[in-house]
Design a protein around this ligand. Structure first.
Ligand code: PLP
Length: 403
């Protein structure tokens, strides 16, 4: 079955093969960035992002999130054109370093629209941010509070809580946040250090596919919010972080209704909160972008192998880092999608054996696929270009075109 396409040739297959039902349940409507990819050729793997789609999704999220202020976490995609457009649409920003702050300022964001939310900051970056007029910081430890006291005296701080039981596809592990009891101790310490404790922050984990998955975390944060009030602290700000999902092939709830459901869960648990921040980023930009890439090689290790190996010109070190543990499964389309398909191990081009994208759960690709064929990798607007190495094996970082 698998050899036929090679024998009779792609053109013949294109005319003769029946259209097979796709294994995907959700095929997004034809989008501008996909048209752009179809109409152009690229020398290297290239991410194409549709700015209009970003703006449309921003407003859908903003409608759903109601009174919450949206902060765009710059790391997901710091292209200047995207930052400028988000400034124009009214977004605020969350930066994790001096360089990200500079990108926001260069895009036209005011310092009061930028939060410095990384809980692991370089002291010099804190001083830079403070001098630039940024006054909102996050922390989850004593030493970070001491750094803030020294380099950003009197600054406003949110204490970040750990999320233990994330239901997300890309959980953020125990790296960030502190336990509730520790947060209470840190509140007292921050006051001693002359900092303003505004409230609490958390992140449910990236790609949290359904609003109900927020309940357990929101309950935990609300319990601490109540304990803090009883201990005499006046908390005013809740930062609910990111986690809003993007569609990677199977349908996800629309941004507006997802946001509205999350906000209803929040309002029910925090009736007295005066200011709410949200940082939905994957759900904002992922679907607005796709990568044009190319097949470099199709091979078998042994004649009787069940799976072909398909090697692309993009891999874990050139933008597709989120395939780690096969956590994010990108939808891939080709010009041969009307042909019969067979299962493949998908791998990148670098000389590192870890550069295998999908093997535990192989992907279905057309049997006629061959070197030189274009593949389109969908929903790549978030967490791709920033994850590309600067030149592993001499491969350039991911090219980005914003249209
Ligand atoms: C990365 C990050 C986000 C964005 O999360 P998504 O799941 O992509 O929406 C939000 N907040 C903070 C603090 C982050 O580090």
């Amino acid at each position: 079955m698998t050899m036929n396409a090679f024998v009779i040739g792609a053109a013949a297959v294109a005319e003769q093969s029946p259209v097979l039902p796709s294994s995907d349940t959700h095929i997004p409507a034809r989008a501008r960035h996909l048209d752009y990819i179809a109409q152009n050729s690229f020398e290297r793997p290239t991410l194409v992002v549709d700015l209009e789609a970003v703006a449309t999704q921003y407003h859908a999220l903003a409608r759903g999130l109601g009174r919450a202020q949206l902060h765009y976490a710059v790391k997901a995609n710091p292209e200047a054109a995207i930052l400028r457009r988000l400034v124009a649409e009214g977004a605020h920003f969350d930066a994790a370093s001096r360089a990200e702050i500079e990108m926001c300022l260069a895009a036209g964001a005011r310092p009061d629209q930028i939060s410095f939310g990384n809980t692991i900051k370089r002291s010099a970056d804190i001083a830079f941010a403070y001098a630039a007029g940024i006054s909102h910081f996050a922390a989850d430890s004593r030493e970070e509070l001491e750094k803030l006291c020294e380099h950003a005296p009197g600054a406003t701080v949110c204490l970040r809580l750990i999320v233990e039981n994330s239901a997300a596809d890309w959980p953020l592990s125990r790296k960030f946040g502190c336990a509730a009891n520790e947060a209470l101790v840190l509140m007292g310490y921050a006051v001693e250090l002359g900092l303003q404790v505004a409230g609490l922050s958390f992140h449910v984990g990236s790609q949290t596919r359904a609003p109900w998955m927020w309940v357990e975390t929101l309950d935990q944060v609300a319990a601490l919010w109540q304990r803090a009030k009883e201990a005499g602290y006046t908390l005013t700000l809740l930062n609910i972080g990111g986690g809003f999902p993007a569609s990677y092939g199977s349908a996800v709830q629309g941004a507006e209704s997802y946001g509205a459901e999350v906000m209803a869960l929040v309002e029910a648990r925090f009736p007295d909160v005066s200011q709410i921040m949200a940082e939905p980023v994957r759900g904002l930009v992922a679907e607005a972008g796709a990568i044009a890439a190319e097949v470099l090689l199709v091979s078998k290790k042994h004649q009787n192998d069940l799976h072909r190996w398909v090697y692309l010109d993009i891999g874990k070190f050139s933008g597709l880092a989120e395939t780690m543990d096969e956590a994010i499964r990108y939808r891939i389309t080709t010009a041969r999608d009307h042909e019969a398909t067979g299962s493949c191990v998908l791998a990148g081009p670098s000389c590192d054996s870890a550069d295998v994208l999908y093997e535990k759960q192989p992907v279905q690709l057309p049997v006629g696929l061959r070197s030189g064929d274009r593949v389109v990798i969908h929903s790549c607007g978030a967490y791709t270009s920033t994850y590309a190495s600067v030149g592993f094996n001499g491969f350039a970082p991911l090219d980005v075109v914003v249209i």
